[in-house]
Design a binder for this molecule. Structure first.
Ligand SMILES: C[S@@+](CC[C@H](N)C(=O)[O-])C[C@H]1O[C@@H](n2cnc3c(N)ncnc32)[C@H](O)[C@@H]1O
Ligand code: SF4
Length: 324
């Protein structure tokens, strides 16, 4: 479920979603990934109920400026490559977040930032305005303050709302950063509140609001989650994976992986380290191509631990139609 304030054409990536080869042109795979998903840090100030971070055993750390520079330098050689700051942590907690954002935009790369919004300061917002970050996406869960605070533990709905208002006010009528909100819901949350009313409310502040489904499959072994598993939203009837043709993931320590859902940085999903191999080599490596055959051209999801629980590219049942 998705709506725009000024129509679909206003989306900073509209040109891509409507280009002739989008989601069809896989043989051979594109020269370089369209998206590089970059984990600036795996530190986070929240303890979200649904997040795979709570099961991750990796040490905490931040990406070095040198690793960021290597990624940006290589990516800027390829047209149509965009960076998404995301991963299993809060990107704006990186101590040099502003410097890295500036570096990416000075290199001319499209940039989308996923954030829980709590560490966004007026100064950081002004940097994003000055360097025209393409898309700043605030992540939420639930459709009401109560649902949000249930899911996003240690957060404060009032503080997030104030920061979204601050971002909207400072950006004003400029086109960039395009401001988005993505919330996701469990089935009973969608039944108890009105997704359309949520979208109406937030479209007064941002340019795009999407309501998706929360997936608890990755955290099904966590004790506090177990009682809620029957209320989860994302089903598991699978479709072919498109991400293996579109994106690569880089963890904060430079580990390149073919899927970002792996919060543990496991060897079976890994392709090497930035600096030791190029992103181009990783993208065209035998391991990456084998993964494309396994889940992009066939439904071999059960054979890979990260793909078994995936909710992207599934045929999700439409919980929004069952709203009371
Ligand atoms: C893991 S977060 C990292 C970036 C940042 N800390 C944030 O919260 O946006 C990236 C996105 O993944 C979403 N996400 C994480 N786990 C999810 C799940 N189990 N189901 C649905 N969305 C999930 C979050 O809501 C967020 O929009
Ligand atoms: S979803 Fe984002 S904000 Fe929440 S715990 Fe995970 S990384 Fe942190």
């Amino acid at each position: 479920m998705l709506r725009y304030r000024l129509g679909r054409e206003s989306d900073p990536f509209y040109w891509l979603y409507n280009s002739p080869g989008w989601l069809t042109d896989y043989d051979p795979p594109r020269q370089f990934p369209f998206w590089l998903n970059i984990e600036l840090t795996n530190r986070c100030q929240l303890d979200c109920f649904f997040c795979s971070r709570q099961t991750s055993r990796r040490p905490l750390g931040d990406m070095s400026l040198e690793t960021a520079r290597l990624i940006v330098t290589e990516a800027s050689r390829y047209p149509e490559c965009g960076l998404r700051l995301t991963g299993w942590g809060e990107p704006l907690l990186h101590p040099q977040a502003g410097e890295i954002i500036t570096m990416i935009k000075k290199a001319g790369l499209p940039l989308k930032i996923y954030t829980n919004g709590l560490a966004l300061t007026p100064e950081l917002m002004d940097t994003m305005i000055e360097y025209e970050v393409d898309d700043l996406q605030f992540s939420m869960q639930g459709l009401t303050p109560e649902q949000y605070e249930f899911n996003r533990r240690k957060s404060d709905y009032g503080r997030l709302r104030a920061n979204i208002e601050m971002a909207s006010r400072r950006r004003g009528e400029r086109p960039r950063p395009f401001l988005s909100i993505l919330t996701s819901v469990l089935a009973d949350e969608a039944a108890k509140a009105d997704p359309e009313a949520f979208i109406d409310e937030y479209l007064t502040l941002v340019d795009k609001v999407a309501v998706d489904l929360t997936n608890l499959n990755f955290v099904s072994e966590v004790d506090r989650v177990k009682p809620f598993l029957d209320k989860q939203s994302a089903g598991l009837s699978r479709g072919l994976c498109v991400d293996v043709f579109l994106a690569l993931e880089v963890k904060y320590d430079g580990l390149i992986q073919f899927c970002g859902q792996d919060a543990d940085g496991l060897e079976e999903h890994s392709l090497g380290y930035v600096g030791a191999i190029s992103l181009h080599e990783a993208w065209h490596s035998r391991k990456m191509n084998e993964q494309r055959d396994r889940v992009g051209r066939a439904l071999g999801h059960e054979t890979m631990s990260v793909c078994r629980n995936c909710y992207h590219n599934t045929n999700k049942y439409d919980i929004f139609k069952t709203r009371a």
